[in-house]
Write a protein that binds this ligand. Structure first.
Ligand code: ASP
Length: 223
């Protein structure tokens, strides 16, 4: 998603190593914002991306093993997922963002998480700031989490405060169930950043001219 509110996403796309680059092509080269499944894959080939077999022997064996019980039970911080969310601000204060994921592992065929849904896994409004999410995507979709955080910043909250409120909204919808992880990060027009999560163990990185800093995020639950 760029500073002008242009955005692109691909979902349920197989055989392409870098879907984030295909998402960018959707934004830049099509009148659409989302392409899914075979249509997304076909578009990727048309744009010059190569067909790649992403199934390793190791993950195939792990999947065969999982099928013996077929239990979907994400374990906090090692939930078999891998989202990378990035928010960037340039010297003129222009903001853009991106996120990419394989999604939760061992899910139902056809399941779509939050990451490709603009407003859920990622949102940027260049007048205000940007936010992105990781964790159990269903919960982020239910609160339109990243959009919510940007809107909270529009109302005057700092990125840190907005991320905390975003997590609290999810907690409020899950009073009896907190055995899952969500992490949000956010940035505002001044370049101020924040991050917050449900369970300890979520760390985000900030990159500036001075170098790289790892920021262990504060969490709603303390242990
Ligand atoms: N949010 C992703 C999903 O639900 C998982 C992740 O954060 O890695 O698919």
């Amino acid at each position: 998603m760029d500073k002008d509110g242009n955005c692109g996403a691909v979902l349920a796309m197989q055989n392409i190593a870098n879907p984030i680059s295909v998402a960018r092509k959707v934004m830049e080269e099509t009148p659409h914002v989302m392409l899914a499944g075979k249509g997304a894959e076909q578009f990727a080939y048309e744009q010059g991306f190569e067909k790649t077999n992403l199934l390793t022997e190791e993950s195939k064996q792990a999947w065969e093993e999982w099928k013996k019980t077929s239990k979907y039970k994400p374990i906090i911080n090692i939930e078999n997922h891998d989202t990378i969310g990035m928010l960037a601000i340039d010297a003129d204060g222009e903001i853009a963002g991106a996120c990419t994921t394989s999604g939760m592992a061992y899910k139902m065929a056809g399941r779509v998480g939050d990451s490709p849904i603009i407003g859920a896994g990622l949102f940027v409004d260049n007048e205000v700031g940007g936010a992105t999410a990781t964790g159990v995507g269903e919960e982020v979709v239910r609160t339109v989490g990243s959009f919510l955080i940007v809107e909270l910043m529009r109302q005057g909250k700092l990125p840190q405060e907005a991320c905390e409120e975003g997590v609290k909204r999810i907690i409020a919808k899950n009073k009896d169930k907190q055995d899952f992880q969500i992490g949000f990060i956010a940035i505002n027009k001044k370049g101020e950043t924040g991050g917050y999560c449900i369970h300890p163990g979520f760390t985000y990185r900030t990159y500036t001219k001075e170098g790289h800093v790892n920021n262990p995020s504060d969490s709603y639950l303390k242990s």
